[in-house]
Design a protein around this ligand. Structure first.
Ligand SMILES: [Zn+2]
Length: 96
């Protein structure tokens, strides 16, 4: 029974290190905006941070070009300061 289930493999790229972290099967019929973000764990950075979904080679290439140009730098810094904030907060809570 192969009918009714069509999927594509989409790659996810970390906005912190630019590496491909994950490949997930996605429903091919489901339309989503380009460069959809998903909060995933990056095994290279060892943090949970937004990953960019690339649906094909062309989008992957575009992401890599943008990443090198620093397009995701601000977003990434904002994400990381959120992480730091959470860590500091829990640290203070432990001290109290
Ligand atoms: Zn990373």
């Amino acid at each position: 029974m192969k009918r009714g289930w069509r999927f594509e493999l989409h790659d996810f790229y970390c906005i912190n290190c630019g590496k491909r972290t994950m490949t997930l099967p996605r429903n091919a019929g489901h339309k989503k905006e380009k460069f959809h973000r998903k909060l995933l764990y990056c095994p290279y950075c060892k943090i949970t941070i937004n990953q960019i979904e690339c649906r094909n080679e062309h989008e992957a290439h575009e992401f890599k070009t943008s990443f090198k140009a620093g397009v995701y730098k601000d977003e990434c810094e904002a994400e990381k300061s959120n992480l730091d904030g959470r860590n500091r907060w829990s640290g203070e809570k432990q001290l109290a």
